[in-house]
Design a protein around this ligand. Structure first.
Ligand code: MGD
Ligand code: MGD
Ligand code: SF4
Ligand code: MO
Length: 719
């Protein structure tokens, strides 16, 4: 007899409802939940990989300790005690700033890891805190903090009501949407076109999304800020600025006009590769649209002017009256409102309160840029990082300067990884503490319910009970936090006791409280009884809480309650862009530009050990335009050497006219050929790591975010 459990796939932002059929403890099938009001029966190939993940013999189940004789299993309490002792020792000897933590992407897909991860960073003092944020969406968070007064007040496209969507540097047909939790993104985008709307994709590569859209604009990598400023310039030139309802709440329109007019479509044409006519036409279409929306993601977040792009996306939506209006770029009203909770605790975000030791790159909301992690380990002196915690992250493959990270990690006094794989990063650890995996724990999307294109809420209880000898992420993170606080003594002892109390309460209780205090609490919203965990449990397919609703000016948290259109930090950085435009307009650079890509059967660096994810043709190839291949005498399948100042890799070439000439692409997350890992499937076809090529010096100077798209490379035939 099999039973069917309703759950949510936690692998990407899309929050697909799934039906997991289980018989005698084994997964028989994973199918889409057609009754999930949000995902409406959509899933992608990754959902099925949840079965492989559960059954993967390489997945660690018990703590490992490095010994002279190799890895040894140890018992949980002993492992946690010893790890806390070692971390405390380093802190005592070298100070709080000698111990750091890197938190990776899967953290945000687990509400308990988000919560208890906070406890751990607090317990550690957290001055050396790093995460995937600075390899990802940081520019959007900085813009939210600067313009709306809270780092998590992140607007998302109101896809279901939009009739003109200008999309830059995103490929939702493959990524399934990012800072745009959309369930079935493809269906919603096709519906936009079906109702007569237009969808434009700005991308150096003709991606699946570009193919499906009305128009593809093959921009030169890294030039989006100039393109966006030119659009702003046209709006001013042609008297098309229409701030609408929010006009009374915005400052800085004149300063904005003055800088934008310096970037006419004609001036930026040689650097963007987009004709001035096209820019003018798009500006007019956008301003004429009933419900227009400008949206950008990874391709514009992680490039030399990512910070400016984050700002200008908001600016364009504001200037066309599309911010916070149905069909435009809107704010979610999630059942657990992190913006309100954060604001009540005085945590809205921060920027530049302190800087990294070597390059003086700025802190953002308590974190230093991930590209400074390696320098903090290498650079001797006061504050040198000597011990590291990694949790749900694989920076050796995910952050630029992979080989340097390898070397620096090997030289640490102590390292512990909270992770269930012995992989490129965790192989350097002294202890690996493996948590339970998806489906073995309760699921509520704390983060992605807040980025969804409709207001929704869903709770999925664990499909499988946690084995007695396993621990959840929150038990490990909280257990370490509690021990560290206790060892620090003094006032930390009280914090430790408080945390212990919270741990005894269990995360479910915290979630229930947050729901009961949230925007749909008793007497608010459509449900008279109010939102609670019980309410969610009564609706196992999820609850639809309606379309997005305007939230401004009420939600504004800026010091003066207004929206700055032209904050000083952005105006200053425009000068850097100005110089770049002048320099690049001269042309002349012969080198190729390298960008990344994602595949439907990939999930950053960590799912290549699952058969269903790696079957078929090898996907770690260098995509290249036929002209660029021809001039280098390369044909599909041949090996090419790709090199930067940082390193070189040899990789098979795949020729396709989907690439813009002069631009080549490699996917990230490969390179499973380092010694000492335990990834038997991934090691069969390891591929190469894009981040072995990228240089830590290649950053957006404003934000410190890594340039993952837009590095100069050379390519030649191997041999
Ligand atoms: N060149 C280049 N680099 C990139 C990108 C790019 O586009 N180009 N993309 C960037 C982006 S957007 C991101 S988000 C980062 C991702 O980078 P990271 O967050 O550093 O790494 P992931 O590849 O997501 O690896 C996740 C790790 O967590 C482990 N893990 C999986 N599930 C769990 C869990 O539930 N609990 C715990 N404790 N561990 C778990 C996995 O085994 C793996 O070791 O990569 C960034 N790096
Ligand atoms: N299948 C799959 N899905 C995923 C992931 C995965 O690894 N695999 N990762 C998840 C994560 S962590 C994230 S953050 C999201 C990311 O989600 P998206 O941002 O939607 O996905 P990407 O594929 O990174 O899209 C970036 C696009 O930017 C383009 N690009 C590169 N440089 C430039 C540029 O200079 N200008 C412009 N305009 N475009 C440029 C690239 O060609 C690419 O098509 O995806 C998530 N979903
Ligand atoms: S789209 Fe994302 S959430 Fe949906 S099944 Fe695929 S990985 Fe899971
Ligand atoms: Mo990401």
């Amino acid at each position: 007899m099999s039973t069917v459990h309703l759950s949510t796939c936690p692998l990407c932002e899309a929050m697909c409802g799934i039906k997991v059929e289980v018989e005698q403890g084994a997964i028989q099938s994973i199918r889409p939940d057609k009754e999930d009001p949000f995902s409406q029966g959509h899933i992608c190939p990754k959902a099925a990989a949840l079965k492989d993940l559960r059954e993967d013999p390489d997945r660690l189940r018990r703590p490992l300790k490095r010994t002279a004789g190799g890895w040894q299993e140890v018992e949980w309490e002993r492992a946690l005690d010893e790890v806390a002792d070692r971390l405390s020792e380093v802190m005592k000897r070298h100070g709080e700033r000698s111990v750091g933590i890197y938190q990776g992407n899967p953290t945000v897909h687990s509400y308990t890891a988000v919560l208890y991860g906070q406890f751990l960073t607090t317990a550690m003092g957290s001055a050396k805190h790093f995460s995937a944020t600075s390899l990802d969406q940081l520019p959007h968070m900085l813009a939210a903090y600067q313009m709306f007064g809270h780092q998590l007040l992140l607007p998302v496209p109101d896809l279901d009501r939009c009739d003109y969507l200008l999309m830059l540097g995103a490929n939702p047909l493959v990524s399934n949407g990012s800072l745009m939790t959309a369930g079935c993104a493809e269906k919603r985008l096709r519906a936009l076109r079906a109702r007569g709307g237009r969808w434009l994709v700005v991308d150096p590569r003709r991606t699946r999304s570009a193919e499906a859209a009305d128009e593809h604009i093959a921009i030169r990598p890294g030039s989006d800020a100039a393109f966006l400023l030119a659009l702003v310039a046209v709006l001013f030139e042609e008297d098309r600025v229409a701030l609408g309802r929010l006009g009374d709440h915005c400052d800085g329109l004149d300063e904005l006009r003055a800088v934008a007019l310096r970037f006419s479509p004609e001036r930026v044409e040689p650097v963007t590769g987009i004709s001035a006519d096209t820019v003018r036409r798009i500006a007019r279409e956008l301003s004429d649209a009933e419900a227009g929306c400008v949206y950008g993601r990874m391709g514009v977040s992680t490039q030399p002017f990512g910070g400016l792009c984050g700002w200008l996306l908001n600016v364009l939506n504001l200037l066309t009256g599309n911010l916070d209006r149905p069909g435009g770029l809107m704010f979610c009203t999630p059942a657990v409102d992190l913006v309100r909770l954060g604001s009540t605790m005085g945590r809205r975000g921060s920027f530049g309160r302190y800087h990294s030791r070597k390059r003086k790159l700025p802190e953002f909301s308590g974190e230093l840029p991930a590209v400074t992690l390696v320098e903090e380990m290498e650079e001797p002196g006061e504050g040198q990082l000597r011990a590291l915690v990694t949790a749900a992250g694989n920076p050796v493959l995910s952050a630029p300067g992979g080989p340097r990270l390898d070397k620096a990690m090997a030289g640490l006094d102590f390292m512990v990884s909270v992770d269930f794989y012995l992989n490129e990063t965790t192989r350097h650890a002294d202890y690996i503490l493996p948590p339970t995996a998806a489906l073995e724990r309760d699921h509520y999307d704390l983060v992605f319910n807040a980025l969804a294109v409709r207001n929704v809420a869903k709770f999925a209880p664990a499909v499988f009970e946690r084995p007695a000898d396993a621990r959840h992420d929150w038990e490990i993170l909280g257990g370490l936090a509690h021990r560290l606080m206790k060892r620090r003594g003094g006032r930390s002892r009280w914090a430790s006791a408080l945390l212990w109390g919270l741990m005894c309460l269990k995360p479910r209780r915290l979630l229930d409280w947050s729901l009961r205090l949230g925007p749909y609490r008793r007497g608010h919203g459509t449900n008279a009884g109010g939102m609670s965990l019980r309410e969610l449990e009564k609706h196992p397919h999820g609850i639809d809480l309606g379309p997005l609703e305007p939230r401004l000016p009420g939600a504004l948290g800026t010091p003066n309650g207004r929206i700055p259109l032209a904050a000083r930090l952005y105006l200053d950085d425009v000068e850097r862009l100005d110089a770049w435009v002048t320099e690049h307009a001269k042309g002349g650079s012969e080198s190729l530009v390298l960008i990344g890509r994602r595949h439907l059967r990939s999930n950053n660096s960590w799912m290549h050990n699952l058969r269903s994810m790696v079957k078929g043709a090898m996907r770690c190839t260098l995509l290249m335009h036929p002209d660029d291949a021809k001039s280098r005498q390369l044909s599909t399948g041949e090996e090419a050497v790709v090199a930067t100042g940082e390193g070189r890799v040899t990789v098979p070439v795949e020729i396709s006219d989907e690439m813009r000439p002069g631009v080549v692409s490699l996917p990230h997350g490969w390179g499973h050929n380092r010694p000492g890992i335990k990834l038997s499937v991934a090691s069969e076809r390891p591929g190469v790591s894009l981040n072995d090529l990228l240089e830590i010096s290649d950053v957006d100077e404003l934000t410190g975010v890594a340039v993952l798209n837009g590095s100069a490379v050379t390519v030649r035939r191997a041999g």
